[in-house]
Design a protein around this ligand. Structure first.
Ligand code: COA
Ligand code: AMP
Length: 628
């Protein structure tokens, strides 16, 4: 007898059109689609072609019309400002409709881009939904990125407006956003017509005359507007994510496929339904925040928690348990690093036992590889299922998971369980042949991807094909390496490109190398991701100085650290740079980053046969030993 999961999985691959058309019945359409899947222009597949829809309508208006108006839609809990604000579905709709009116009054129309550079405040979610309401395309930029990163995104997205707040708050440090925004606009070639600034009481932003408008005044004066029906295939948002260079990739998500897939995922993957309380402890600047703080919980009618704080230090390692008990959270989604941080400060769970966690049913972890120790510790402490699941900014929802709504499968720590319905996941060798069970290979997904995944890269169809579809024609390359075991369980082990994962944040070592190479004294450099007990990985930079530079490590390393912080942002956590005599290379000149990483992680390594001079590896070992 096959399980519900197996039936759904087989159905989704043998007849994807029928499978997803059934799921699409669950959402509101102004006009139904005429084609479920348009595969006439591969690899540019489109879902629900001909359909007219509005994502904001499905998130808010529909629930108010169906009697959910007085239920809480959003709870903003902010230990860093010591405040809580709650919004029922009716109240959130009122705020969003009014702010959408404010945007429309500024001339924002369907298809216009709006950049949102905001901390974790409810206005960030209101802004996203307001854009969706009028068919504008939002692009949220994470607050921990520096002005230069924001400028790159401004130039690529060419926004009509930028929405920002006066500051973010990092535990007890006020981070003024406005100077970063002003600097970014200065750096960017494309200048937005207007900026709308939310003045937070913790920092007053200086306004630029004729360009900057006050959020609160504008929203108060605005007239609410109705939803604009958009094509299911119209972009809902662009979200930039790290690529292999300093130029981030603008992942484009549609309205229709995204809505159908995300709504389905709530019941079937996360096992939650309307009325449940769902908390994704992430940030609206990341894909997890887009999908599972804002859109999916509202599509299904949950109460979503928007938490402006950290797992530890705001004020203690009981912060998560306090939130769960205070709001009756049923499911929590966060990154393993948050649990490593809690475990480090409260190994015996003393803080946990101060709270009543009766409502809590499931913990979901994603964003980085979940080490079995962390999973087992969380399970033992919480006494609920702990589900590791795997996904990417590009897919927008999980590729591999234990779909608890389809019947929970046995958990194997270290594995994200099985491919989610819709994803035909294959593990391939370099020639594109599927490898045997338990053999590591490149993980690819047979096209077409299910609804909700990226349509393309913004203004860069060629880049989309080059990055994801050129290595194995007909397959989407995840750039993750891993294996399937004899039961079909997937384990995701590492990236195959230069992306590293720092505290669940995706960063490009290539981008950091570009910054280091800009230092006037640096001849060449390499950045690797070294293993870290708390953050999973931390970047580690090696630089070789130009001949004749008299200054040494002591003087130059702090400058390099400061440059990465200023150009990429504090989120890069770039805290270690090492000046070395030479970098290990193959005879053809390729830097042996993999071997350097093994040395940094204290793992055994083989001296590659192609190495130019094996002695350099000893030098690297010695430099690292000096450092520690
Ligand atoms: N705005 C400005 N600065 C920010 C920021 C923001 N939105 N987010 C992070 N930063 C800064 C931090 O203050 C820190 O600065 P510092 O170097 O001066 O200390 C730096 O960027 C690194 O941040 P982070 O990696 O988050 O480290 P942390 O030490 O502040 O916290 C954890 C460590 C593990 C507690 C934290 O990373 C965490 O809670 N992670 C949870 C997982 C998560 O959110 N994952 C996202 C995907 S699901
Ligand atoms: P992001 O695009 O920021 O969501 O990062 C996606 C990358 O994070 C993936 O390509 C993986 O390398 C890694 N990742 C996410 N979830 C998991 C997981 N459950 N197990 C292992 N790696 C993961």
């Amino acid at each position: 007898m096959s399980t519900t999961y197996e039936q759904a999985y087989v159905h989704s691959l043998t007849n994807p059109e029928e499978f997803w058309a059934q799921k699409a019945e669950e959402v509101h359409w102004y006009k139904r689609w005429h084609t479920v899947l348009d595969d006439s222009l591969p690899p540019f597949y489109r879902w629900f072609v001909g359909g007219k829809i509005n994502s904001c309508y499905n998130a808010l208006d529909l629930h108010v019309e169906n009697g959910r108006g007085e239920q809480l839609a959003l709870v903003y809990d902010s230990p860093v400002t010591n405040s809580v604000r709650t919004f029922t579905y009716r109240e959130l709709l009122e705020r969003v409709a009014r702010f959408a009116g404010a945007l429309a009054a500024q001339g924002v129309q369907r298809g216009d881009r709006v950049i949102i550079y905001m901390p974790m405040v409810p206005e960030a979610a209101i802004a996203m939904l307001a854009c969706a309401r009028i068919g504008a395309i939002h692009s949220v930029v994470f607050g921990g990125f520096a002005a230069n990163e924001l400028a790159t995104r401004i130039d690529d997205a060419r926004p009509k407006l930028i929405l920002a707040a006066s500051c973010g708050i990092e535990v007890d440090r006020i981070v003024p956003y406005k100077p970063l925004l002003d600097q970014a606009i200065e750096l960017a070639e494309t200048k937005p017509e207007r900026c709308i600034i939310l003045q937070r009481p913790q920092a007053q932003a200086e306004m630029v005359a004729r360009r900057d408008l006050d959020w609160t005044e504008l929203a108060a004066a605005a007239q609410p507007v109705d939803c604009v029906p958009v094509a299911a295939t119209d972009p809902l948002y662009i979200l930039y994510t790290s690529g292999t260079t300093g130029m981030p990739k603008g992942v484009v998500r549609d309205n229709g496929g995204h809505l159908v897939a995300l709504k389905w995922s709530m019941k079937n993957i996360y096992g939650v339904d309307g009325g449940d309380v769902y908390w994704a402890a992430s940030d609206v600047g990341w894909v997890v925040g887009h999908s599972y703080i804002v859109y999916a919980p509202l599509f299904i009618g949950c109460t979503s928690i928007l938490y402006e704080g950290k797992p530890v230090g705001t004020p203690d390692p009981g912060a998560f348990w306090r939130v769960i008990s205070q709001y009756g959270v049923n499911a929590l989604f966060t990154a393993p690093t948050a649990f490593r941080a809690i475990k480090r400060e409260d190994p015996n769970g003393d803080f946990l036992r101060k709270y009543d966690l009766d409502t809590f049913r499931t913990l979901f972890l994603a964003g980085e590889r979940c080490d079995p120790d962390t999973l087992l510790w969380a399970r033992e402490q919480l006494q609920v299922p702990v589900i590791d699941h795997w996904w990417q900014t590009e897919t927008g929802w999980p590729i591999g998971a234990n779909c608890i709504g389809l019947g929970m499968l046995p958990v194997k720590p270290g594995s994200c369980t099985k491919p989610v319905p819709g994803y035909d996941v294959r593990v391939l060798d370099d020639d594109g042949t599927e490898v045997e069970a338990n053999q590591i290979g490149n993980i690819a997904v047979k096209m077409p991807l299910p609804p909700g995944c990226l349509l393309t890269l913004w203004n860069n169809d060629d880049g989309f094909q080059e990055a994801y579809l050129s290595q194995y024609p007909g397959y989407y390359l995840t750039a993750d390496a891993g294996f399937k075991d004899e039961d079909g369980y997937l384990s995701i082990m590492s990236r195959t490109d230069d992306i590293i994962n720092v505290a669940g944040h995706r960063l490009s070592t290539g981008a950091m190398e570009e910054v280091l190479a800009d230092h006037p004294d640096v001849a060449e450099c390499a950045v690797i991701g070294a293993a870290d007990d708390l953050k999973g990985q931390l970047p580690l930079g090696f630089v070789v100085l130009k001949a004749g530079v008299a200054r040494g490590h002591e003087a130059i390393a702090p400058e390099l650290i400061q440059m990465v912080r200023a150009k990429i942002g504090p989120v890069a956590s770039f805290k270690t740079a090492l000046v070395v005599e030479r970098l290990p290379k193959t005879r053809s000149g390729k830097i042996l980053r993999g071997t350097m990483k093994k040395i940094a992680d204290g793992e055994e390594y083989r001296t590659p046969a192609t190495i130019d001079d094996p002695e350099i590896l000893r030098e690297i070992e010695a430099s690292l030993a000096d450092l520690s």
